[in-house]
Design a protein around this ligand. Structure first.
Ligand SMILES: NC(=O)c1ccc[n+]([C@@H]2O[C@H](COP(=O)([O-])OP(=O)(O)OC[C@H]3O[C@@H](n4cnc5c(N)ncnc54)[C@H](O)[C@@H]3O)[C@@H](O)[C@H]2O)c1
Length: 258
C-alpha cells in the first residue's frame, strides 16, 4: 500500500492574515512545517517581515504584505499578490482579530464598530477575495479563527460585542461552507479558548485576580500555548479533513464543556 501522508501540505500556498505574531504566527509555522508556502498579511509590517524570514528558514517560500483586513482593496491586493508570488491560493487562514473590553451599557459605539470591522468584515472581505482564484481552481480551503466566546459568553470579563462578532464568524463559516461547497471550497473554523498571546499576557499582568478566575473555569486548569493550535490547523488545511466543511473545532481545554 502506498505510504500517503494525509497531512502533507507540500506545494500548497497559504495566506495568513494577522500572521505577524501570536496565534497567526504559530499556525503559519505549523503549516510551513508541513510544507506549505506562506504569505503573511498584517497591519504591522515589521512583525510580518520577521515572521516571513523565520518561515523561509524552514525551507518554504514566504512573503510579507502590509495592509488592513478592514479594507476591500487590501484584501483583493493580498490575494492577487499571493497568487502572483506563489502561483495559487490554496489555503486562506482568516486569523487577524482584536478584542476590546467594556460593559455593554457604556461601550463607545466606535469600539463596537472597530471589533466588528476587523473580526467580522475582515473575514468576509478576505473570503470574498479568495473566492476568485479558489473557484477558478475548483478547490480551496478557508479556515477562520472564531473563539469559544462565540459559543458561550466567558465570565466575568465584559465584551458582548466581541462575543457577538465571534458568533458571527461561526455563522459565516457555516453559510460560506454551504454556499461554496459546489465550487470545491471547504470552509471551517477554529474556536480557541484562552491562549497565551500578547493581548492575553497583558490582561494577565493587569488583572491577576481575573486570570485566576479564568483558569479556575478551564477544566484543564491552564491556558493553551499557541503551538497547540497547529495540529488542528494542519488537519483542517490538509486532505486529512477532505469531507469536513462548515465545522467549528473547539480547542479550549474543556471550557465550553459545562
Ligand atoms: N489569544 C486568545 O486567547 C484567543 C482566543 C480565541 C480567539 N482568538 C483569536 O485569535 C486571533 C489571533 O489573536 P492573538 O491572540 O494571536 O492576537 P495578537 O494581537 O497577538 O495577533 C493579532 C495579529 O493581527 C494583526 N492585526 C490586528 N488588526 C489587524 C488589521 N486590521 N489588519 C491586519 N492585521 C491586523 C496584529 O498586528 C497581530 O499581528 C484573533 O482573531 C483572536 O480574536 C484569540
Amino acid at each position: 500500500m502506498a505510504n500517503r501522508d494525509l497531512f502533507d501540505l507540500t506545494g500548497r500556498n497559504a495566506l495568513v492574515t494577522g500572521g505577524g505574531r501570536g496565534l497567526g504566527k504559530a499556525m503559519a509555522t505549523g503549516l510551513a512545517q508541513y510544507g506549505a508556502n506562506i504569505a503573511i498579511f498584517d497591519i504591522d509590517m515589521e512583525t510580518a517581515q520577521a515572521t516571513a524570514e523565520e518561515l523561509k528558514a524552514l525551507g518554504v517560500k514566504a512573503l510579507a504584505m502590509e495592509g488592513d483586513v478592514r479594507r476591500e482593496e487590501d484584501a483583493q491586493r493580498a490575494v492577487n499578490e499571493t497568487v502572483e508570488a506563489l502561483g495559487s491560493l490554496d489555503i486562506l487562514l482568516n486569523n487577524a482579530g482584536i478584542a476590546t473590553l467594556g460593559p455593554a451599557e457604556t461601550l463607545p459605539v466606535d469600539d463596537y464598530q472597530y471589533v466588528f470591522d476587523v473580526d467580522v468584515k475582515g473575514v468576509f472581505l478576505f473570503s470574498k477575495a479568495a473566492f476568485g482564484p479558489m473557484s477558478r481552481q475548483g478547490r480551496g480551503n478557508i479556515i477562520s479563527i472564531a473563539s469559544m466566546a462565540g459559543i458561550s459568553a466567558p465570565n466575568p470579563q465584559k465584551h458582548t460585542h466581541y462575543n457577538a462578532a465571534k458568533a458571527a464568524v461561526i455563522m459565516m463559516t457555516k453559510s460560506l461552507a454551504s454556499e461554496w461547497a459546489g465550487h470545491g471550497i471547504r470552509v471551517n473554523a477554529l474556536a480557541p479558548g484562552y491562549m497565551i498571546t500578547p493581548p492575553v499576557i497583558k490582561m494577565r499582568a493587569e488583572d491577576p485576580e481575573m486570570w485566576q478566575q479564568w483558569m479556575s473555569r478551564v477544566p484543564m486548569g491552564r491556558a493553551g500555548e499557541p503551538p497547540e493550535l497547529q495540529g488542528a490547523v494542519i488537519y483542517l488545511a490538509s486532505d486529512a479533513s477532505s469531507y469536513m466543511t462548515g465545522n467549528i473545532m473547539v480547542i479550549d481545554g474543556g471550557y465550553t464543556c459545562w
